[in-house]
Ligand binder design. Structure first.
Ligand code: ZN
Length: 378
């Protein structure tokens, strides 16, 4: 009887060790997977690390790459942030496609595709999310990118406090301390998330960046969806873009940045720098609470019968009559909105000394209809 007990204990222990080894290997691979972002054959003029603006980031996973596309003619500048929330892949992919495709003739574009690089190295617990996204380029090469978490990896920032107190005095639940978009304007010697936020604020002030656009996605049942969220100083720029987008039958709501909601880019970068601070949201069924089985296919197609039902019941803030919301559509919305924001910004200038001229924008209709982002990757 005793022998039998020891045997079954050993079997259970062996199974547990096997599961732990498989999971551990998976976590290890995800943690160390480096995305291959191509600069060869692109118009990128410089790549540097974010620690240029906060030396404390040196040697940490938060020391992410900044890609610069500088035009031959001097002009204004814009900063695009992708990957603030790793579980919102449209912003991450839009930033990568922009840096691999766009050409600047006047002014400078700064693109950071993985602004919370730590958040991309893991997944949100208990969400069943995929770890990666796969695309095939026109030359037949497979490119693989992270699907990550909303929050900084606890390996890099732990433990969370019971209550997260922002520098403004605002209190949030403890886990929000690892939400980069609650950490602006940042703290030089703070947590990793605060140090990253500080570097962005410092970068905008140092480089005198005229416009900053932070790319996000949100659940279709969330009210701020397919929206441009604008700091009050950036409202004219946002209105101009919205009018042009409407003309192209691309509906984007306009949301003023709440004055008392602290830590977010559209509030703090607008308050603590002279930049026009803007944030874009597009609807993403793969991160919503109604969603069913969550795999890479759902992330890429946004096709979910649960959301079809939700739409029929009038519970969504987006038009889900198509029954899908593909990543190509979500990325096309981001990129085209940035195109219109830059055009609108140029229109607000008294003279074109600080204008930004960008070429090679992917065509909106084409990107939506081809439904294959691999075609826009090098
Ligand atoms: Zn977000």
């Amino acid at each position: 009887m005793k022998k039998k007990g020891i045997l079954s204990t050993c079997i259970i222990l062996a199974i547990a060790i096997a599961f732990a080894a498989i999971a551990g290997n998976s976590f290890y691979q995800k943690r160390h997977f480096v995305e291959d972002i191509v600069t060869e054959g692109t118009n990128v003029t410089e790549v540097f690390k974010l620690s240029r603006y906060n030396k404390n980031l040196k040697g940490t996973v938060g020391d992410t790459k900044v890609y610069v596309i500088k035009g031959e003619e001097d002009g204004g500048s814009a900063l695009v942030l992708g990957g603030t929330h790793g579980n919102e892949p449209a912003g991450h992919m839009a930033a990568i496609i922009m840096l691999e495709q766009l050409k600047v003739t006047k002014g400078t574009l700064y693109i950071i595709p993985s602004i919370n690089a730590s958040g991309l190295t893991h997944n949100d617990p208990l969400e069943g999310s995929p770890q990666y996204m796969h695309f095939t380029t026109p030359s037949g090469e497979q490119r693989v990118f992270h699907y990550g978490s909303r929050a900084t990896n606890p390996i890099d920032q732990w433990p969370d406090p019971d209550i997260y107190t922002h520098t403004s005095g605002q209190s949030l639940s403890g886990s929000e301390t690892r939400n980069l978009n609650r950490c602006y304007p940042g703290i030089k010697y703070g947590t990793l998330s605060e140090q990253v936020a500080y570097a962005v604020t410092k970068m905008i002030n140092t480089e005198k960046i005229d416009m900053e656009i932070d790319l996000h996605e949100s659940s279709p049942e969330y009210a701020v969806n397919n929206a441009i969220v604008a700091h009050e100083r950036a409202m004219d720029v946002a209105v101009g873009a919205k009018v042009e987008l409407e003309d192209r039958e691309i509906g984007m709501r306009l949301e003023p940045s709440p004055v008392k909601l602290h830590g977010l880019t559209h509030r703090e970068l607008g308050d603590f720098t002279d930049t026009y601070a803007l944030l874009l949201e597009v609807g993403n069924p793969s991160q919503g609470r109604f969603r069913g089985y969550t795999d890479e296919k759902l992330v890429l197609t946004g096709e979910d019968p649960c959301y079809v039902k939700g739409y029929e019941l009038g519970l969504l803030y987006v038009d889900y009559s198509s029954g899908n919301f593909p990543l190509s559509l979500r990325v096309a919305r981001h990129i085209t909105t940035i195109d219109e924001l830059i055009a609108s910004y140029n229109n607000t200038l008294d003279d074109d000394g600080r204008a930004i001229q960008v070429e090679n924008w992917p065509d909106y209709e084409e990107m939506v209809n081809t439904d294959d982002l691999g075609l826009y990757l090098k």
